[in-house]
Ligand binder design. Structure first.
Ligand SMILES: C[S@@+](CC[C@H](N)C(=O)[O-])C[C@H]1O[C@@H](n2cnc3c(N)ncnc32)[C@H](O)[C@@H]1O
Length: 354
């Protein structure tokens, strides 16, 4: 690590007053340049480092305590996980999950010093309830989901998440899942590709990039990250200093390969049903699609009525399960973004089980 690197689990930043609130309707902008192409470059850190975003805000939000039971569904490199165990000393316990076996090995090493207080399991967080019950736990006091991917995953060309270096079009968090990004790029119809780039990449010129891919396929299978990046540049044009056109293309493919939005949509209610009264759910999203999903879910679970707005009298008898802890989304401070560029698109939302 270079001298300028921030610590992997930084000292608490002033919170939450200093943490900027995002406009309620603004959501998170599609801002994936940081998590797709610029691996640690701005912080000056070596690529293998992962600096946990919104660290202090997550600790404040989850408020881990001794005796509590917590799940980190996206353990990554274990920065938040370690924080939860430290704050939950002497006997708070943590179940740390990650779909990526490489992340799981790294987190096991990092959390070994906590002995039996930490259990690390390779699992998709969509199975959160099964894994929690397999521990013999009947409920938990906090769940954290820090979505997306880690800096080390971006920095490994062989994982295919980034077009900053040449690698295979893979993009799977869990290498055991059957479909890679190359499969989608080479096998989907032009219409399905266009829909994928439009829906998951919010790319307005989705048809143009889909057509270019299908034309390129006639010359042979597309297999590398840089090949797709150059193709995106040629199809969509690229102005230096602007977001690279492949950014949205890569985001869309990653979401599709890992079923990210479906998995998140299934997991949120499962996580809530595991929470004991007073337990907290904290979710960090990095782009508007997932942040919107989280925001709507939390709104729905916090309200007493989910009847259509045109209906004059409530007939739904909806029972809220959550209370919002943060008003709107919590955003990183300028100071944090300065040392960790990934943090600029992060949006944290926290809610408490009623
Ligand atoms: C942003 S990183 C988490 C970083 C972590 N909070 C830390 O402090 O080091 C996101 C991690 O979530 C994992 N992940 C993404 N989707 C997942 C899913 N559906 N199930 C389990 N892990 C997932 C990725 O493999 C990655 O390691």
């Amino acid at each position: 690590m270079r001298a300028s690197c921030p610590p992997a689990h930084p000292a608490p930043l002033p919170v939450p007053a200093a943490a900027a609130l995002v406009d309620e309707d603004g959501g998170a902008a599609v801002d994936t340049a940081a998590d797709t192409t610029s691996v640690g470059t701005d912080s000056g850190c070596e690529d293998h480092e992962h600096v946990s975003v919104l660290y202090a805000e997550v600790m404040d939000g989850l408020a881990p305590r001794s005796g509590g039971r917590y799940v980190d569904g996206t353990a990554g490199r274990g920065g938040h996980a370690e924080g939860i165990l430290r704050r939950g000393a002497p006997d708070g316990r943590l179940l740390a999950l990650d779909a990526d076996p490489v992340a799981v090995a790294a987190v096991r090493d990092r959390l070994a010093l906590f002995g039996e207080r930490a259990v690390v399991v390779q699992s998709n967080f969509r199975l959160i309830d099964t894994v929690v019950r397999a521990q013999g736990w009947d409920g938990v006091d906090g769940v954290l989901l820090d979505l997306g991917l880690s800096s080390p995953q971006l920095a490994m060309p062989e994982r295919g998440f980034s077009f900053a270096a040449d690698g295979p079009l893979d993009m799977r968090f869990d290498p055991a899942i059957p479909t890679t990004a190359a499969d989608l790029v080479n096998d989907l119809s032009e219409e399905d590709l266009a829909r994928l780039f439009y829906e998951y990449g919010e790319e307005p010129r989705s048809r143009r990039i889909a057509r270019a891919i299908v034309e390129a396929r006639r010359r042979g299978r597309l297999s590398s990250t840089t090949e797709l990046a150059h193709l995106s540049e040629r199809a969509l044009g690229y102005t230096r200093g602007r977001t690279h056109p492949a950014t949205r293309v890569f985001q869309a493919l990653r979401i599709a390969v890992n079923g990210e939005l479906d998995v998140l949509g299934e997991t949120l209610p499962r996580a809530v049903s595991l929470l004991r009264p007073g337990g907290r759910l904290a979710v960090i999203a990095f782009h508007s699609l997932e942040d919107r999903l989280v925001k709507r879910f939390l709104q729905q679970e916090s309200t007493t009525c989910v009847c259509p707005s045109a209906q004059p009298v409530c007939t739904c008898a909806h029972q809220p399960t959550l209370r919002a802890v943060s008003r709107g989304a919590i955003k990183a401070t300028e100071a944090e973004v300065l040392v960790n560029r990934r943090a600029r698109s992060a949006r944290l939302r926290v809610a408490e089980r009623l």
